[in-house]
Design a protein around this ligand. Structure first.
Ligand code: BES
Ligand code: ZN
Ligand code: ZN
Length: 492
């Protein structure tokens, strides 16, 4: 989707026009109010009150046809609503055969953000909602592809909007990359091919290094090697560095679980919906996309992304329940369930990250447990942290952009549930608290570093639409972490 900015109406045949709700009555905002006075009079009869996210398309023969979009009560409008409103405008266009539409934001003044940022957020929401994955469709490709290719934003502040949209554009491009990676079938996306994809990030100034299975063995990464052993596709660890901050400043580190397919291994998963486990590399897709965002918008921060890529397969060579594996940290893991593989690969990735880069913070993202879906459903991700400020900052960032997180406890009483009698730690809990004990397991591999684990199992791949995505891959975490970096860690 192309976004262009203009300071007056263009030749677009459809124009989205903002409408606010005042005492249940819809009022058109901006210079088009006069020309559509007669339609405004019909709003009540058309049952259109200008509620937030509602749209009304009125075909018009003499001028551009208006698509009225509701902002609801202006006073109640939150920042996260802006992108959702953009997405609603996009949705209203999907019934059209038009290649472009305009959105008239002139004279729209909102207290939640400056005009340029408002324009950028609305544009971003529209783009995010326009995502389609049609790569493998050969026959019905043209039929399925939606027509809209360009959105023209009409604004008095074209310069401010363009400037703000540098960030929106970066997020949009990165989100599409993450969604593509998650949708890619596991016969084509495996550790080596994903590493190859990530090497392309070099083109935008990210330093990318790939560690293969031989180097892993030499370094002593017994955990990630154990998980990858059952697959014909060997594991990879990919390190991405963006140095936009002051020289010598400790980096922020992001670590991602990248199981390109999770069969469960010898502890095989049931067959139903197993195909969805191609999204078990979601954490690594989000970490990579965040690095891409930071590079594209030239963030003034030092960041490192580390993704642990492996395929979890049952095989003669596969690791088994009962195995004890030696991790990079020196600690040994008793494997009780090969389906609890995410924490095993992360053990090496987390240790490597804190040891090699001495980061100021580590945030890991992982589709780690089914239990987090039991607890929080598909609405919020779970956070687990050894530091209150970090947990609170992530909460604030999430509330602002609408990628919400909820903190769950870490506590020694849970940590002891993963003590093993034959090794240092076991990879499943003795009893209950599946998401918390998984986080406790990870905590044993971050040493003293300020750290937060985000369990994104429920929010990465959703069974039905979210405001900014159709069903399936969401891209959850990119906006959350970009906002966290921007607000709390970027030199201004
Ligand atoms: N990848 C799964 C977790 C998952 C479940 C992600 C559903 C997305 C949707 C993970 O590797 C897993 O299988 N975890 C097990 C752990 C258990 C064996 C201790 C689980 O949650 O059942
Ligand atoms: Zn698993
Ligand atoms: Zn998994």
């Amino acid at each position: 989707m192309k976004i262009t900015f203009h300071n007056q109406m263009t030749d677009a045949h459809f124009v989205a026009i903002p409408v606010v709700e005042e005492n249940k009555i819809a009022k058109i905002v901006g210079p088009q109010a006069a020309s559509f006075k007669s339609v405004e009079g019909l709003f009540t009869r058309l049952n259109f009150q200008g509620k937030k996210g509602k749209t009304l398309l009125v075909p018009h023969t003499n001028s551009a046809s208006p698509i009225f979009f509701g902002l609801g009560d202006e006073k109640k409008l939150a920042f996260k609503d802006l992108a959702e409103i953009g997405a609603a405008i996009y949705r209203s266009s999907t019934s059209l055969k038009e290649k472009k539409i305009a959105i008239d934001l002139r004279e729209l003044k909102l207290s939640v953000a400056e005009a340029g940022v408002v324009a950028s957020e609305i544009a971003l929401g529209a783009i995010l909602r326009s995502y389609q994955y049609l790569t493998y469709i050969t026959k019905k490709h043209d039929e399925l592809k939606l027509a809209l290719e360009e959105i023209e934003i009409i604004t008095h502040d074209t310069e401010g909007s363009k400037k703000a949209f540098v960030r929106g554009d970066a997020i949009a491009k990165a989100t599409f990359m993450a969604r593509d990676l998650m949708c890619m079938p596991p016969n084509d996306l495996y550790p080596e091919s994903m590493a190859k994809e990530l090497l392309k990030l070099k083109d935008i100034g990210i330093d990318v290094e790939v560690i293969d299975e031989k180097q892993m063995a030499a370094e002593g990464m017994g955990a990630i090697l154990a998980v990858g052993r059952g697959s014909a596709r060997p594991p990879r660890l990919v390190i991405m560095k963006w140095n936009g901050g002051t020289k010598g400043e400790k980096p922020l580190a992001f670590v991602g679980k990248g199981i390109t397919f999770d069969t469960g291994g010898i502890s095989l998963k049931p067959g139903s919906k197993m195909d969805e486990m191609k999204m078990d590399m979601g954490g690594s897709a989000i970490v990579s996309a965040l690095m891409k965002t930071l590079a594209l918008r030239k963030a003034k921060v030092n960041a490192v992304g580390v993704v642990a890529l492996a395929e979890n397969m049952p095989d003669g060579a596969a690791y088994r329940p009962g195995d004890i594996v030696r991790t990079l940290s020196g600690q040994t893991i008793e494997v009780l369930n090969t389906d609890a593989e995410g924490r095993v690969v992360l053990a090496d990735a987390l240790w490597y990250t804190q040891d090699k880069f001495a980061p100021s913070h580590i945030i890991d993202l992982a589709t780690l447990t089914g239990a987090i879906i039991v607890a929080l459903g598909h609405e919020m991700a779970g956070t687990f942290s050894n530091e209150d400020t970090l947990a609170n900052d992530l909460f604030k960032a999430g509330e602002k952009v609408g990628e919400r997180v909820w903190r769950l406890p870490l506590d020694p009483s849970y940590n002891k549930l993963i003590d093993s009698t034959v090794a240092d730690v076991r990879n499943t809990s003795i009893a209950g608290a599946g998401s918390i004990t998984a986080a406790e397991f990870l905590q044993r591999f971050v040493n003293k570093t300020t750290w937060c684990h985000i369990d994104i199992a429920g929010v990465t791949w959703t069974p039905s639409d979210t405001p900014l995505s159709g069903k399936n891959p969401t891209g959850f975490g990119i906006r959350l972490l970009d906002e966290w970096v921007h607000r709390f860690h970027e030199s201004k």
